[in-house]
Structure formats: C-alpha cells, structure tokens
Design a protein around this ligand. Structure first.
Ligand code: ADP
Ligand code: ZN
Length: 811
C-alpha cells in the first residue's frame, strides 16, 4: 500500500518515544511505502529509519523536512512486522526506531556522511603532476589518496586547507554511502558438466553414500556444509566423486542468489514413530491450526520426552498448508544439536538466526526468509522479528528461559512478543518446557492456554533417581563442596566408564551467608526474598525495601554459636579439587570464562565424543544437552540459587535443578542425580527431586499470591543509573516520591504499591551506580499511568531513568 499524501512517520533509531515526520518528495512517493528503509536528515546527521505510518498532518509546530532517499524497492519489513514493532514500542515504553532496529538484521543500516574526496585533478596532483602546493596541502592530498576525510570529523585547521584545495578544484565535498556488509562465500557441490547420470549411478552402484549424494545433486547444486550436516563422511564421499570426475566443487557467494531451494535431499534419517502422547499433542495442535483456533498451547513435557519431535511434525503440517514457521530457542550456541535437528529434517527451508553468527551470515539468512526462499526461522530472542509472512506456527522452546528477556535497550520478552505476534497474524503459538514459568502455567490452569503433557521418555528410560544430600550432616570438606556420598558416586561412575556433570549455580553472588548447623538463611521480613550479604559492611540488606541487618553471631533459628558461615564458591576450585581426587579423570570446565568463537561448541563436541569424563560448569551445563554417556549429575549446592534476592529465586532454582537432572540417563543406562543442600526442605529442592512440577507450582503460586507478585500481579521496575552515586540516589528519591504521589490519586488509590527507592543488589556495575523503584499492581493500565508519570519527569543530567516492564530480574 502506498502511503497517501506526501507525509510519513519514520521510526528513527534514537531512544525517544514516537516517530518523526518527513515530507516525501514526488520522485520517491511510489517507493516510500510502509516498512521501507529510508535515509533521513536528523540534526546534522543522516540516519536510516523505517517508514511506519502515513501521516495526514504533522504535529503542531513541526515543519517536516524532506527525506533524502528510499533504500528499498521492496519494503525491508512486511507491514505486519511494522505493526508488531509499534506494539512492542508502546508496551515496553521504548522508542519505535530502537525496536525497528532490533527487528532489522545488523548491518542493514546504511549510514551516509559528507566527506572530502579527491577530484580527477586532485588525483593527478597527488601523483606529483601539476602545480606545486604548500606542504600541508600536499600532505592532505596524500592522505586523501588513502581514504576520504569525513567533513564532520575534520579540525578547523584541516578544514581551512580542505576549503583551499576545493577552491582550486582538487577536492570536492560529496555524500558517501557506506554499506558495511559483504556476503560470505561458501563451497557448493554440483554434478560435473555433461555427465551421464545413469553411467555414474552404475559406476557407484556398490557405494550407497556416493549414490545418495548423486541423487541429491541431481536436483541442483547443494552447499557442502548442508551435505555435511545431513550425512556422515560427506567430505570423503565428495572427494571420491570428484576424483571420478562426476562432481564439481566450487565457491560462490553465499545464499541470496540461487540457493538450492526445492532440492529434496534424500531423508537420511527417518523420523521416529510418535509415542501416544506425542501423537495426541501433534493432533491437537494441527487440528487447531486447521480450524483457526488461536488460543496458545503449553506443551509441558518432562526432559527428554521428545518435545522437539512434536514441533517438527507441527511445522511439517504448517509447510504443507503453505504457511511458514518460527522457532525460538534460548541460546543456540549452547544447543547446536537442536538447530541441526531442524536442518536435518527440513534442509534449506530452515534459516538460522543468532548472535554468534557474523553480520553477513545473519543478513544472508534474513534475506532468504524475507524472499520466501526459506520458510522456517530458527533463532534466539531477536528472531521473534524474523521477516516471515503467512505464519502458521510459532514455537517457543524452553519458554521459561530467562534469556528470552532482553535486559538492556528495548527490554522486551521474546516469549510474550511471540504470543502477541501469533495472535495478530492468526498463527498458533506453542510454548514448550519441562519446567514452565509460573505465568504460563497459571494461564493454562485458567484455561487461557491449552495444556498438553508428555509424561514419559520415548526411550522408556525412567526419569533419573534423585538423592538429596543434607550438607548439615554430610559436611563437605573445605571449599570444594564434595560430600562423601557425591565422591563415592563419582568414583563408581568413572569406574563404569560413564560421564559426569557437576553443576555449580553461580548466578548472582560469590558469597552467601547461612548457618551450617541448621541451614538457616536470612530473609527479608517484608518482602519474602533473601537478604544479600555485603562484604564491605558485613551486613545483610533487602534489595526490594532496603531493610538492613547486621550478620548475627548466633543463629536465630537453632541458637548455634559460631555456626554462621560466609561461603564462596567457584568452578575453578571445584574442578581443581575433583582433578586432585580423581587424577585419572579428564576434567573440563564450562562457564562464561570458556570464551566465544566456537570454544563452547568445541568443548560440548568433546563431551559428546566422550573425551571428557567430568564436566564442571555453571548454568550453561543445564541447557538442553543430549549426552547419552552422562549417567551422574551432581549439584554442588542448591542453596546458592535460593539466596538470590529475587522473588523468582525459588522458581529459577527449581527449573535449574529439574533441567540439570534431565541431563542424566538419556542413553541406554539409567541416570542418577545427587543434590547437595543445606536446605533439603525447601520446596524447590523437594519437588525437583521428586520430578513433581505440579506440587512446586502450587506451593510457589500460593507464596506469591500473598504479596501480589506475578502471576498474581504485575511489576514495573524503574531503573535509575549514572556515574555519580549521590545524584543517582537523589534522582531515585525524587522519582519514587513522584510515583507515590501519582499512585495516591483518587482514581488509582490503593491499586499500585510503590516500593523503594533502593540500591540494586549489584549496586555498581561498569562504573555506574544503580538504584531501582518497584511498582506493583494487578491492573496494567493503572501501572502504566504511574510509570509514564515517572518517565515524564526530568532526571538530573548524567542520570538515566528507564522503565523495565515485566522485569524478570531484580539484580
Ligand atoms: P525434549 O526436547 O523433550 O527434552 P528431545 O526432543 O530432545 O526431548 O528428545 C529426546 C530424545 O528422544 C532425542 O534423542 C529424540 O531423538 C528421541 N525421540 C523423540 N521422540 C521419539 C520417538 N517417538 N521415538 C524414539 N525416539 C524419540
Ligand atoms: Zn524487604
């Protein structure tokens, strides 16, 4: 649809709410459609924005300037996606341009700038021909041979010289467009020119792998990486075929031009027969898809129950109906297996989007989706904006995972955006998890989502047995936290030639305080969260309400003297201790220090090849890994997660315990889990040990109801930060008072609870002091009124105030 009139609203990537108005010159009217990228003057710069609306009139007092250029012939974003971006901007109180930027692939922005460049005459002069020049100007010419000089960056002195050169016709001022992305090259295999396929088949009749490749190439060229993903020893097979002169391997620019769409690779692995429960789930979802019944599904399947197979079947149905599919997964780099399962089943129909890829890879994949060459997008958080049209199904795998929430910039939750996108486009949304978030399960209980369950593993292995080791009686030695029962189990597992995962929950804080005799830990009397230990003051503080207390000498619960301990933990300590105790074992660590650039994938591959006996790690070991050789999982201290000052601490701990336990016994031998804890009675621990989600949900939901925490109420966090600590504190005070005043207005009275301001648990982060204010209430519109009033106030300069709608972290 062409925008009527000559005025458009453009989302520009600056952190300001609302769009900006521009006039469209006659020559560009036909192309300045909704979703098209445009180059617009913005102050002294030119920025890339996206047309989001046709505008009838400009706001009062605004005289719109002309936009400079339309960058797309076909709009980059389909209109539906533009609408989604505007919804996200509105709901999360963010700038539309910032959201649009998140929706576009990195590298798609085109910046333009004014530069000084050499003219023909200038190039000749630089080469030493023509008139003699003053040394400064000669120097400048030499520099301009290397690269143009940006007009804005030049110093006054340089500028004067440049003007002089321009006056003599050696230099001109021009607009330079930068496109940052070049496409990557890839290796591709195809049948050699003019080969006789029948003869080639006969020649390789006894080599099934070579035959399979010949068949695959008969339909057109196929990228080598894709072949390698689908069959074992692909490169050897290709080498043999090339030697025989039947196949040619060459390099070309990746994707964009002529990918091997439509090439049907032979199914090298047949899909398994569905279990009864899987079949029922697939039937329910595809039935709803056919009937256009849009209520979301919650697929609650225990770890290893085959949820992925359900997604695959549903997606196949969507494609068969001429629709597309979007699959969101937490962190692809941690679960490379999952993405490859989609590629194995659907080949080139799958485009993968994640932050570990280079800009050009991501842009290439994004373009394939936009052109309809790939109809399935698999990606992490930002893939929720994948440019798919005719969406049939959106899958959010591990929907409880915290990585779906963006914690800076536009603070959107990809799961929630996925639900909205599905609703708006008529797609079915399937949320899958072994440990659903409390919010999602509460929706299912109310009947807003349809619940599907997978209670068994298709491999017929039972869920692993979980033993809880009470650290108050089985005292671990030193800092390594290895109790006698865990040591014994490690020894037995190693002797049987199996693998072990040791999990250390280190989110949040290095140090925590508890009573080692009775396990007592310190909670806030007002807020039902743990108090945080501050080493410098040796005090315990609440980060919701600022309640503060001294660390007592005696335990308030059991009266024990000298039993209060301050404990610190680390993967390195644990790995060293294990290596010392089991010198024959190959020990490896997986945590944030493992590093990027494929190091994590490399390590996981070594574990899969069984080159590692004991893997010690943080949360990263709990993700969806499928290592059949792992038969023992040890949780070193379940309490660290429980002591995080966050009302979600218990839920997260339960999820981590259940997920890590799910890594054991996925092969043909039964698994076993040992959970060490000072608080064996905590419901997160007892329910995880019993694989009992329903009981956990009931206990936790009841605990939250009392205080109106989600899912019983909603939260908005006002986050205040800046370099100057006292300015930040003063601003936070002022804003909290303002919020309180608004909340007391008669029409809102009593519905919104304002807490704080308080220093954040991680009070100093990257040189900035951080404070927060909590707004809590049942009604989203009332909450938004208070939040917007706060945001409308002026903050001290150098202090930043942002809203976090539906925050998931208190840190
Ligand atoms: P989840 O995602 O629920 O944790 P997965 O989808 O990873 O579980 O499935 C666990 C394992 O079971 C995988 O190795 C998968 O290939 C296998 N599997 C799934 N469905 C079936 C089935 N119907 N028959 C046999 N094996 C299956
Ligand atoms: Zn408190």
């Amino acid at each position: 649809m062409a925008t009527s009139g000559a005025l458009v609203e453009v989302a520009v990537p600056v952190p300001v709410r609302g769009g900006f108005h521009y006039r469209v010159p006659e020559r560009l009217v036909a192309r300045a459609r909704i979703g098209a990228r445009v180059l617009v003057p913005f102050g002294k710069r030119k920025l890339t924005g996206v047309v989001v609306r046709a505008a009838a009139v400009a706001p009062d007092g605004v005289a719109p300037v002309e936009l400079a250029e339309v960058l797309d012939d076909e709009p980059a974003l389909p209109p539906e996606l533009v609408e989604l971006c505007l919804w996200v901007a509105d709901y999360y109180e963010a700038g539309a341009g910032e959201v649009v930027r998140a929706a576009l692939p990195a590298g798609s922005g085109t910046a333009a700038r004014r530069v000084f460049a050499l003219t023909e005459a200038g190039r000749a002069a630089a080469a030493g021909e023509g008139a003699a020049l003053p040394p400064k100007q000669r120097g400048l010419l030499a520099r301009l041979v290397q690269a143009a000089v940006p007009a804005s960056g030049a110093s006054d002195a340089t500028r004067r010289q440049l003007e002089a050169l321009r006056a003599s016709g050696l230099v001109e001022e021009v607009e330079e467009r930068e496109t940052r992305v070049k496409l990557k090259r890839e290796r591709v295999a195809e049948l050699a020119d003019g080969i006789d396929l029948a003869a080639a088949r006969a020649h390789h009749a006894k080599a099934p792998r070579r035959l399979a490749v010949l068949e695959a190439l008969a339909g057109g060229a196929v990228p080598v990486p894709l072949l390698a993903e689908r069959m074992v020893r692909a490169s050897d097979t290709l080498r043999e075929l090339t030697k025989a002169g039947h196949v040619r391997v060459f390099e070309r620019e990746a994707a964009l031009a002529g990918t091997a769409t439509g090439t049907q690779l032979p199914a090298l692995r047949r899909p398994p027969e569905l279990t009864r429960e899987q079949a029922a789930a697939v039937a329910a979802i595809t039935g709803a898809m056919a009937a256009g019944e849009l209520a979301p599904f919650l697929l609650h399947g225990v770890t290893g129950s085959g949820k992925t197979e359900v997604y695959l079947r549903v997606i196949a149905e969507a494609l068969a109906a001429g629709k597309t599919a979007l699959v969101l997964v937490p962190e692809i780099s941690l679960t490379p297996q999952l993405a490859s399962r989609f590629r194995v089943r659907f080949g080139d129909e799958v485009a993968i989007l994640h932050s570990g890829m280079s800009e050009q890879q991501r842009l290439a994949e994004w373009s394939r989706l936009r052109r309809g060459e790939a109809r399935i997008a698999v990606g992490a958080r930002s893939a929720v904006f994948a440019p798919l049209e005719r969406l049939g199904v959106i899958v959010v795998d591990e929907e409880h995972d915290g990585s779906f929430k963006q914690d800076e910039g536009v603070r959107y939750h990809a799961r929630d955006v996925a639900l909205v996108r599905a609703q708006r486009t008529g797609a079915i949304c399937v949320l899958g998890s072994a440990t659903p978030s409390l919010e999602s399960y509460a929706h299912a209980e109310r009947g807003a989502y349809r619940l599907l369950v997978l209670t068994e593993r298709p491999t017929a292995q039972p869920m692993p047995a979980v033993d809880v080791v009470d650290l108050r009686t089985h005292m671990p030695d030193g800092d390594a936290m290895l109790s006698a029962p865990l040591r014994k189990a490690i020894g037995e597992t190693l002797a049987a030639g199996d693998q072990i995962i040791l999990f250390l929950n280190r989110r949040g804080f290095a140090t925590f305080v508890l009573c080692r005799a009775c396990g007592h830990s310190f909670g806030c009397p007002n807020c039902a969260v743990s108090l945080t230990y501050h080493r410098h003051s040796d005090r315990l503080t609440c980060h919701y309400c600022s309640h503060s207390a001294r660390v007592p000498d005696k335990c308030p619960e059991c009266g024990g003297a000298d039993t209060i301990v301050r404990k610190g933990l680390g993967t390195e300590k644990v790995a060293d201790a294990v290596a010392a105790e089991f010198p024959q074992a190959r020990v490896a660590r997986l945590d944030r220090d493992t590093g990027g650039g494929g190091k994590v994938e490399g390590l996981l591959a070594r574990v899969a090849r069984r080159e590692v006996d004991i893997l010690v790690g943080t949360q990263m070991v709990t993700k969806g890994h499928d290592f059949p050789g792992v038969t023992l999982v040890g949780v070193l201290c379940a309490d660290t997660g429980l002591s995080i000052p966050d009302f979600r601490a218990s839920e997260r701990t339960f999820q981590l315990l259940a997920q890590v336990a799910g890594r054991a016994g996925r092969g043909d031998r039964p698994g076993r889990v040992i959970v060490q804890t000072y608080r064996p009675g905590a419901h997160a621990v007892t329910c995880a040990a019993a694989h009992d989600y329903a009981s956990f949900f009931r206990a936790e939901s009841a605990a939250r109801a009392e205080l109106g925490y989600p899912p019983h109420g909603r939260l908005v966090a006002v986050r205040v930060d800046g370099a100057d600590g006292s300015e930040v504190a003063a601003t936070a005070q002022r804003f909290a008072q303002l919020a309180d005043t608004v909340a007391r207005r008669p029409e809102l009275a009593g519905t919104i609870d304002v807490r704080g301001p308080v220093a954040a648990p991680l009070e100093r982060l990257r040189g900035r002091t951080r404070w927060q204010i909590w707004l809590r209430g049942a009604d989203r519109h009332a909450l938004r009124k208070v939040a917007r009033a706060v945001l409308g106030a002026e903050a001290a300069s150098g202090v930043r105030v942002v809203l976090d709608v539906d925050p998931i972290s208190a840190l």
